[in-house]
Design a protein around this ligand. Structure first.
Ligand code: ZN
Length: 313
């Protein structure tokens, strides 16, 4: 299959501009085949295709909404990572899990940051960097969403900027740069990583958390797997493809750490997408099954954190 680069087509139903990728965003090979047809269960119910690279087995959304259009897919008030005021049950659980995970993330960042200078890309409403700031870190956040950015600035008085600011940064000044479930949303994947490497100290750490498409829950739920999150998730990384991406950018993966709570949250959402309602019991059971399976099977947890350093260090 070969498709011209930078070709744009209009989606007939919604008039969303779609971008067709001619190459694998990880290995640049131009050969790929269909992997899965799924839907935007969360917002539009539109159908999307994930393809798999014939060379490196990277799975990615193709075609995908153009970068200028993707904002429309984050507009629902339900999109929890971009919302601070909703009060439903799922959101309550989400926030509970978030508070637990903020502490876990902080411990990790603290371990790797020698000089307490942190950049969090895609910081959302800023709870994580606010926590780090209270612990003595000097923090900067990048958040493309206008509402969450404004919330982080006003509610927590944080130094949070839009993407343009990030693109214009030049000083190598950060000890740790974090992307918590963000890399899978980024259109300019390689350009963004290059910029990150420009502003990360030579002995600094890059911490990337992404869903794992080799997890038990991904296999179990198939097209209903909530972490496909079409079309907001553009890439579906495995440990294998993350290694290829790291090599490409001169990064070495120091450590791979599980995010065990994600198995429950993703199972709960996937149950909802598959059966139309939230089944807490089944979500807990499948969360346990996923984590148990990962323990035996190459640490393939629902989501993984990769700690990376520059090769030359
Ligand atoms: Zn590839």
């Amino acid at each position: 299959m070969f498709i011209l680069a930078d070709e744009f087509v209009s989606r007939e139903t919604t008039h969303i501009k779609m971008e067709k990728l001619s190459h694998c965003p990880v290995c640049e090979n131009s050969s790929f085949r269909p992997f899965l047809q799924g839907y935007d269960f969360f917002l539009t119910q539109e159908e999307y295709s994930i393809v798999i690279c014939n060379n490196c087995r990277m799975k990615y959304l193709n075609p995908r909404p153009d970068a200028r259009e993707i904002g429309k897919y984050y507009e629902s008030p339900d999109y929890v990572s971009h919302d601070a005021g909703q009060k439903n049950r799922l959101n309550f659980l989400y926030k509970l899990a978030r508070n637990i995970s903020i502490k876990k993330k902080y411990k990790l960042v603290k371990y790797y940051a020698r000089r307490k200078r942190l950049l969090d890309i895609g910081c959302g409403t800023g709870e994580f960097i606010f926590f780090c700031k209270q612990k003595g870190f000097r923090v900067t956040g990048i958040e493309p969403g206008e509402k969450p950015r404004a919330f982080a600035q006003t509610a927590y008085n944080l130094d949070v900027h839009e993407e343009d600011y990030f693109e214009n940064m030049t000083t190598q000044e950060f000890d740790v740069i974090t992307l918590w479930h963000v890399l899978e949303h980024v259109h300019q994947l390689n350009e963004r990583i290059n910029k990150i490497l420009e502003i990360l100290n030579s002995d600094g750490s890059l911490i990337i958390a992404v869903p794992n498409c080799d997890s038990w829950d991904a296999g179990h739920y198939g097209k209903y797997w909530a972490a496909y999150d079409l079309p907001r998730h553009l890439y579906h990384f495995s440990q294998e493809t993350m290694q290829i991406l790291a090599d490409k950018h001169g990064l070495k993966i120091e450590k791979v750490i599980p995010m065990k709570l994600d198995a429950y949250y993703i199972s709960l959402l996937s149950e909802k997408y598959e059966k139309g309602k939230q089944n807490y019991f089944r979500a807990v059971m499948n969360g346990i099954r996923s984590n148990n399976s990962a323990r035996r099977n190459n640490k393939n947890y629902s989501s993984l954190i990769y700690v990376m350093k520059k090769e030359n260090n």
